[in-house]
Structure formats: C-alpha cells, structure tokens
Design a protein around this ligand. Sequence first.
Ligand SMILES: Nc1ncnc2c1ncn2[C@@H]1O[C@H](COP(=O)(O)OP(=O)(O)OP(=O)(O)O)[C@@H](O)[C@H]1O
Ligand SMILES: [Mg+2]
Length: 259
Amino acid sequence: MNSSDIPSLLSIRALEMNFGALRAIDDLHLEVEPGGIFGIIGPNGSGKTTLFNVISGVYRPAAGTVHYRGRDLTGLSSERIARRGIARTFQNLRIFRRLTVLENVMGAQTGAAGVSFLQAAFPHPGLERERRGRALDILEQVGLADRRDVLAQELPLGEQRRLELARAMARESDLIMLDEPAGGMTPRETDAMASLVVRVAANGPTVLLIEHKMGMVMSLCRRIAVLNFGRKIAEGTPAEIQRDAAAVEAYLGPGAVHA
Ligand SMILES: Nc1ncnc2c1ncn2[C@@H]1O[C@H](COP(=O)(O)OP(=O)(O)OP(=O)(O)O)[C@@H](O)[C@H]1O
Ligand SMILES: [Mg+2]
C-alpha cells in the first residue's frame, strides 16, 4: 500500500473559481486525510475564504471537483453539503445577534443530522430536553455556559467567536472549517481559542483552520497548505513550511514565526 491508497476525507482537484476577471482559486489540488488540524495560510486575498466558500457550497466552482468521503460534492447546495457532514464558521460571524447564546446553539442543531423536518415541526418534550442538554454541554466546552441567556449581540468579540464555533460544533460534523477563529482577539483570548480548537479536534472531527496568527497555526497544525494568488505554493509540516522558500517569500517573511 502506498500513500495514494490512504483515503482522503476531503479531496480537491484542479479547482478554479473566478470573480469576473479575477481568478480567486487557480488549479488548486488538496488532499486532507482524516484527523487532526490542517492549516490553510497565505496573504490577504490569496483565496482562503473563497476555498471554504467553494467547499461549503456558497459558490459553485468554474472547474474542478470537491470530493468528501469519496463522494462528489461539487455544485451541491450549501444545505446539502452541511447535511453530508461539513460544518464551518465565518470570518465575519453568522450568529443571530438578537437570540440568546443557548438559542443560537440550539438553532444550529436544527437541520443537522439529529433533527428531522418533522421533529422540528412537532417538537417532542423529551427530544427538546435532549437537544438542550447537548447544547449546554457544548456551551460548557467553549466556556459560555454561564452566558447561556445573554443575547449574542451583548457578547464581546472574543465570546462571539466562541459562540460561532459552538454553532459549528452543534452540527456534529466530521469536518469543521474554521475561518480565522482568533481574528481580532487579544493574545490571551487567542491562547484560549487555540486550546479550544485542539480540544474540538481531539473529540473526533478533522479541523481545517484558516488563521493569520502563525504561533497558533504552527503549534496546532499537523500539516499546512500555503496559498498565494489562489494557487497552492507550498504544503508540508509546520517545520517544512517554515523553511520553505516560496512560503517565506510570499507570506511568512524572513526569520519569522511569532504569535
Ligand atoms: N464575492 C466576491 N466578489 C468579488 N471578488 C471577491 C469575492 N470574494 C472574494 N473576492 C476576491 O477574491 C480574492 C480572494 O479573496 P478571499 O476572501 O478568498 O481571500 P482570503 O485569503 O480569505 O483573504 P483574507 O486573509 O484577507 O481573509 C480577493 O482578491 C478578493 O477580493
Ligand atoms: Mg478570508
């Protein structure tokens, strides 16, 4: 058995995505094996968020394919892709600001594998209790249990990002894509988020992590892909990436990995 026989969780081939004349993703190939945290890094505008948008069905690619667990997802709606077991967070947050923290997490459960349309339309008290219990358990894990009844809009940014992660966790997916989970956070909040991401991955799901905070990326990821102008210019372990000439030139800068 050689390495090409190891089944990928996510397999991206010859992917291309354009916005008018701008090629945001350019002939991208990526194989993500199950387990651990896989980093996606690169300069602003290099196509990282666009890649998540194509994988999660927000955009339909101009060319190429996305396979998940061996099945072709290319061109499916974001709802169907979510139901196949891919969850994500958004760089600019998609929490419901006027709902409470707990309602935000329970809202993310609806539509996930656990709750059918009929169950959502005719809630059963026992099922409701179980969903509530699961949501509270997730809030406990992200450190927001004591904030359960606060409106999401009242939370400081660091806690809103943790709520966004909690919503992704509530979907109980095998792949969770995090778009700058530590964006705008203080160093202390960043450390707490890093530990949380490690715990999420330890519970089973594979994590795809976009982040500009290199201390976090280099310490958490088992493997990293570097994008530049929509192309993958390097891929390897954190140690390999830190001495990769193209990655250093395009993004990391000489002598640099700071938190
Ligand atoms: N909806 C859109 N319409 C037009 N252009 C877009 C759209 N979304 C992204 N782009 C462009 O595509 C390119 C890639 O953007 P993308 O948001 O994927 O970058 P990124 O790597 O996530 O950057 P950042 O680190 O700043 O978040 C950029 O040039 C961006 O301006
Ligand atoms: Mg982005």
